[in-house]
Design a protein around this ligand. Structure first.
Ligand code: HEM
Ligand code: HEM
Length: 196
């Protein structure tokens, strides 16, 4: 198993771990939280969801800043290939490679710069950023007494619906990471290591 612990720099690895922690708090709290409604009281898990959610938003923002500022790691264009015709063509070719491997029930050799996994990681980061933005927007508007207005209600409903995608992303992404680890394709320490 090759040691690729330096592929992601320390700020990336620390931000990834902190973001994962806050997202786990969000998903866990969303299962048990109760929002105050009329005379019905809320429970403690709702403020936890609000504050940990705003922390997740701040961490996602810092992750984007790190992606843009760092010298080591995945290029920003690989995480967000949608605006470049050349990157979109490489993505289509990589999707074909992955489908071909899937037909043979195998995993393509792990390549840190591969277009498909990078694009999916970028979508995951975008999704978590959207969750943070939409939740914080709802929070600020609710403070101003506009939480149920026509400008806010659809946004928080979308937040609830996209929460399902966060579940799918975290399970799918973690399962693939574990699969690569046990098949000795890529050690988990590529991302889960706190060495300088
Ligand atoms: C990464 C950040 C976040 C994640 C992953 C997340 C995840 C979720 C999930 C999974 C649900 C439940 C959906 C359902 O079962 O219907 C939910 C609901 C909710 N979240 Fe978040 N959340 C985040 C940030 C926030 C923030 C920052 C706030 C507000 C400060 C917030 C406020 C709410 C509210 C009000 C609901 C209830 C929505 C409804 O009425 O359907 N969330 N969130
Ligand atoms: C919702 C939570 C998560 C989000 C938003 C997320 C996001 C990301 C992003 C954006 C990257 C690419 C970073 C870069 O290339 O600069 C990445 C890579 C990685 N993530 Fe996650 N992640 C999450 C959860 C997890 C979990 C639970 C695991 C546990 C197995 C994990 C394991 C990894 C690994 C091993 C890599 C490195 C992949 C490689 O270098 O090819 N992630 N993650």
């Amino acid at each position: 198993m090759s040691s690729t612990a330096q592929r992601h720099n320390l700020p990336t690895r620390l931000l990834h771990a902190s973001l994962v922690l806050t997202v786990c708090v969000q998903l866990g709290s969303s299962l048990v939280m109760r929002i105050a409604w009329g005379s019905r009281p809320g429970n403690i898990f709702f403020p936890i969801h609000e504050y940990a959610g705003m922390a997740a938003f701040a961490l996602a923002f810092l992750f984007w800043v790190t992606v843009i500022a760092r010298r080591v790691g995945t290029e920003p264009g690989a995480l967000f290939p949608w605006l470049s015709p050349a990157r979109r063509a490489a993505l289509r070719a990589d999707i074909a490679t992955h489908l071909d491997a899937l037909r043979r029930f195998s995993l393509p050799q792990h390549d840190g710069a591969a277009p498909l996994p990078s694009a999916i990681h970028g979508l995951g980061l975008l999704l978590v950023t959207f969750m943070g933005v939409s939740g914080t927007y709802w929070y600020l508007m609710s403070q101003a007494g506009l939480g149920r207005s026509v400008f806010v209600r659809p946004v928080i409903e979308l937040h609830g619906a996209f929460g399902n995608l966060v579940w799918a992303y975290i399970f799918g992404h973690a399962a693939l990471g574990l699969l690569h680890h046990v098949s000795k394709n890529m050690p988990l320490t590529t991302m889960w290591s706190f060495r300088p």
